[in-house]
Design a binder for this molecule. Structure first.
Ligand code: AMP
Length: 403
C-alpha cells in the first residue's frame, strides 16, 4: 500500500509518500510560505531505484489547495513522478498536534472527527486550524481514499490521572478539560518501539525514558510500551528548557510580570514561547552556535547549556522514580538528541550511582543509524535512535486501514 503523509502547518505542508511494502520513501518535500507573496515547493523523489530527482518551484501559493495541487502534479509527473494515477494512493495519514482527551488512537476522518479537532482549537490555536485545512484539501483531491488522523497527544493518553491532572479547581478539568496532554507523542512512540526491537524485547516487556530533544524538547516515561508521564503539559510550553520556550516556571511569573512591567497575558505568553529558552538566555537557539560560543568563552552560552542539561537530569531522576527504578534504557532522539554528543553526555552526567553511565567513545560523533552509547557496566542502557514521525504515521495509518 502507498501512503501519503501530510503535516499541514499554517503556512506550510510537509509531505512524504511511502511504499509500505518495504517502508521506503518514494517522494518527500515541503510547501512553504503559503499565503505570502513568494511561495515555494521542494520535491525530492525516486522515480526509479537508482534515479533521484530534486525540484524546487517558486511561485505565489495563496492557500493550501494550490500547494497540494502542485505536489500532486509532481507526484504524477511523467518523468519526475512516482505514481501514474492518484488511485495508487491507498490512504492519507495526517499529523494532528492536539486531539484533547477524545483521541487515544489513529482515527479515520468523519464529520464528527473534524468537529472534534475543531473543538480542540482552543488548546492548539495555531496548529489545529492548519491541520483542518490540510484534511479538507486532501479530501477534495482524494475523495475516495481513507483519511486517517494521527494525534501527537494520543500516545500520552495512557497516563494515569495523578500524572495528567493539574492541582487546580476540579471544575476546570470538568468544564474545560484543563490537564496535561503532552506532545511529540508520535516520535516518543516510534523510538520506544524501535528501542524495544533493538533490545530484543516486546514493547510490553520494557521500561524506557525517551528524550525528544530538538527545537522543542520533551521527555516521556514509558512503562511496558505505554506512556505513564510526559514533560509537556496542556501546551508544549511545559517541561524542559527548549530553543525558544522556557519550560517549567513558577506560574506566578505571569502575575509578577503584569505587576512589574504592565505586560499583557498575550505578551507574556509570546515571550515564554518565542523569546525564552536558549534564545532568551544567550541570544542563540541552535545548539551548534551555543557550543561554538562556549568554546570562545561566552558565559551566557555556558549557563544556557548547563541549565538545559541540569533540567534534563532532574527529569531523568523523576522518571526513574515514576518507573520505580526499573528502566531498561534511556533513548535520545531528534535534532539535539541524535546529533549533539556533548548535550547527551551532560544530560546523564553524574548519574552513575543511579546505574546510568555513558561511554564517551561510543557517544562521540554523529551516525545516522541507531546505536548504543552506554558503558559496559551501565545498568541502564543508553541509545541514540533517529526519530521518524512520518513512518510512524504511515504505519499507524496502514494498520488502521488494512484492519
Ligand atoms: P529538530 O527540531 O528535531 O529539527 O532539531 C533542531 C535542533 O537540533 C537545532 O535547533 C539544533 O539545536 C539541533 N541540532 C541539529 N544538528 C545539530 C548538530 N549537529 N549538533 C548539535 N545540535 C544540532
Amino acid at each position: 500500500m502507498k501512503i501519503l503523509v501530510i503535516n499541514a502547518g499554517s503556512s506550510s505542508i510537509k509531505y512524504q509518500m511511502l511504499d509500505m511494502t518495504d517502508e521506503s520513501v518514494m517522494a518527500s518535500g515541503l510547501v512553504e510560505r503559503i499565503g505570502e507573496p513568494s511561495g515555494a515547493v521542494s520535491y525530492k523523489a525516486f522515480p526509479d531505484t537508482d534515479n533521484e530527482c530534486k525540484t524546487t518551484l517558486e511561485q505565489p501559493i495563496p492557500e493550501h489547495e494550490t500547494g497540494m495541487k502542485l505536489v500532486i502534479d509532481l507526484l504524477i509527473h511523467p518523468e519526475k513522478g512516482v505514481i501514474k494515477d492518484l488511485k495508487e494512493i491507498g490512504a492519507v495519514g495526517h499529523r494532528i498536534v492536539h486531539g484533547g482527551d477524545k483521541f487515544h488512537a489513529p482515527t479515520v476522518v468523519t464529520d464528527e472527527v473534524e468537529q472534534a479537532i475543531e473543538d480542540t482549537i482552543l488548546m492548539a490555536p495555531l496548529h489545529n486550524p492548519a491541520h483542518l485545512a490540510g484534511i479538507r484539501t486532501a479530501k477534495r483531491f482524494f475523495p475516495d481514499v481513507p483519511q486517517v488522523v494521527v494525534f501527537d497527544t494520543a500516545f500520552h493518553q495512557t497516563m494515569p490521572p495523578e500524572a495528567y491532572m493539574y492541582a487546580m479547581p476540579y471544575e476546570m478539568y470538568e468544564e474545560l478539560r484543563l490537564r496535561r496532554y503532552g506532545a511529540h507523542g508520535t516520535s516518543h512512540k516510534y523510538v520506544a518501539g524501535e528501542a524495544a526491537r533493538l533490545l530484543g524485547k516486546q514493547p510490553e516487556e520494557c521500561n524506557l525514558i525517551t528524550l525528544h530533544l530538538g527545537n522543542g524538547c520533551s521527555m516521556s516515561a514509558v512503562k511496558g510500551g505505554e506512556c505513564v508521564d510526559t514533560s509537556m503539559g496542556l501546551t508544549p510550553l511545559a517541561g524542559l528548557i527548549m530553543g525558544t520556550r522556557c519550560g517549567d516556571i513558577d506560574p506566578a511569573v505571569y502575575a509578577f510580570l503584569e505587576r512589574a512591567k504592565g505586560l499583557k497575558l498575550s505578551e507574556i505568553d509570546m515571550i515564554m514561547n518565542k523569546k525564552s529558552g536558549l534564545l532568551g538566555l544567550c541570544g542563540m537557539n541552535d545548539m551548534r552556535d551555543i557550543h561554538a560560543a562556549v568554546e570562545k568563552g561566552d558565559e551566557k552560552a555556558e549557563l544556557a547549556l548547563n541549565m538545559v542539561a541540569y533540567r534534563t537530569r532532574k527529569y531523568i531522576g523523576s522518571y526513574l522514580a515514576a518507573l520505580e527504578g526499573k528502566v531498561d534504557a534511556i533513548v535520545f532522539t531528534a535534532g539535539i538528541g541524535e546529533n549533539d554528543d556533548i548535550a547527551r553526555a551532560m544530560s546523564v552526567q553524574g548519574l552513575e550511582a543511579l546505574g546510568i553511565s555513558i561511554d564517551q567513545e561510543k557517544n562521540a560523533g554523529r551516525v545516522k543509524e541507531p546505536r548504543a552509547v552506554h558503558a559496559d557496566d551501565s545498568r541502564v542502557q543508553i541509545w541514540v535512535i533517529p526519530t521518524n514521525e512520518e513512518l510512524e504515521i504511515a504505519r499507524q495509518t496502514r494498520e488502521l486501514v488494512a484492519g
